[in-house]
Structures are given as C-alpha cells and as structure tokens.
Design a protein around this ligand. Sequence first.
Ligand SMILES: CC(C)(COP(=O)(O)OP(=O)(O)OC[C@H]1O[C@@H](n2cnc3c(N)ncnc32)[C@H](O)[C@@H]1OP(=O)(O)O)[C@@H](O)C(=O)NCCC(=O)NCCS
Length: 152
Amino acid sequence: MQSPVVLRRFREEDVEEISRLEAQCIPDAWSVGLFRDFLKDQNSIGLLAGLGDKIVGFCSVTNISGEGEVNNVAVLPSFRGRGIASALMEELLHQGEAMGITDFTLEVRVGNFPAVHLYEKFGFVSEGIRPGFYRNPTEDAMIMWRRGPRGQ
Ligand SMILES: CC(C)(COP(=O)(O)OP(=O)(O)OC[C@H]1O[C@@H](n2cnc3c(N)ncnc32)[C@H](O)[C@@H]1OP(=O)(O)O)[C@@H](O)C(=O)NCCC(=O)NCCS
C-alpha cells in the first residue's frame, strides 16, 4: 500500500471520533461509553488507521482465554478499497497472537461480501450460521473462525 496510513493503538482521546466513524459504517455501533470501557480492558487491543489527523478506520479484538473475539472492523466509505482494513487486520492478528491468542472468531452478516472476503483472505472460515441474529435489517450471522496450529 502506497498511502501514508499510520496504524496505532487507539486511546481515550480517539474514542469520540472512532464512535462517529463506526456509526457511519455499522448499524449497531458501540457507544462512546462502550469504547471507554473497552479501553480499560487489559485483554483487548484496539487499533486505528490514521491519515494525517483523520481517523479513517479501526478494528479491535478481545482475548478470552486464548480465543480472540474480533469485535469490529470498519473503514470510512470514501477510504475503502485501498487495503486499509487488510492492513488493520494483519496488525491486529499479529498483536493478538503476541498476547497469546491462538484462535480468532467473529460474526458477520452473511450478505456482507466485502467483510466476508476480507476475513477469508486472512484465513477465517465459516463454521456455522446463527439464523436471524442481526436486526435492522434482520439477517443471519455467519460465525467464522481462524484457528491456530493447536486448534486445527
Ligand atoms: C469490510 C471493510 C472494513 C473493508 O474495508 P476496506 O479498507 O475497503 O478493505 P480492503 O481494501 O483491505 O479490502 C479487503 C478485501 O476485500 C475486498 N473487497 C473490498 N470491497 C469489496 C466488495 N465490495 N466486494 C467484494 N470484495 C471486496 C478487497 O478486494 C480486498 O480483497 P483483495 O485484497 O483480495 O482484493 C469495509 O467495507 C467496511 O468498513 N464496511 C462496513 C463495516 C463492516 O461491515 N464491517 C464488518 C463488520 S463484521
């Protein structure tokens, strides 16, 4: 990727902008309060992608006994298709493994083709469907896993 995108952990002062970003991208976005609570959790990693002084994307994972729940991945609409989510995911998986996560999991709307493609690119495979899991609009969730060497 040729653009000067910088990846770093997000902090308290980034939370309001990240919350606004997520609200533009995902129907059930986290509140500012949820992001603040998230930052207090030592078992979680939140990464942002910055371009100049603008936050253009972010993602996060929570480590639960070696299993990493990827909570959210989002890139502002006008910055999509240039590898920003891929760069975020690569770094998130790397940092997650460094904190002891062996298997990563997430849920995604079955019809969210860009996200499913992104996750498959990083080795996630579907292991099940949760019917009608999402609201507004109602849609099935695909449960995806990326299992490390011990989980395969
Ligand atoms: C999913 C999302 C994060 C991808 O961000 P992005 O920065 O555009 O992703 P990238 O540019 O890194 O592309 C990732 C892969 O997805 C593919 N992709 C991107 N848009 C696509 C589309 N509309 N259809 C199919 N594949 C697509 C890319 O081609 C790329 O694969 P490749 O490297 O094999 O070409 C972005 O679309 C988004 O924010 N969507 C709304 C929020 C969301 O749905 N998050 C997931 C919730 S589970």
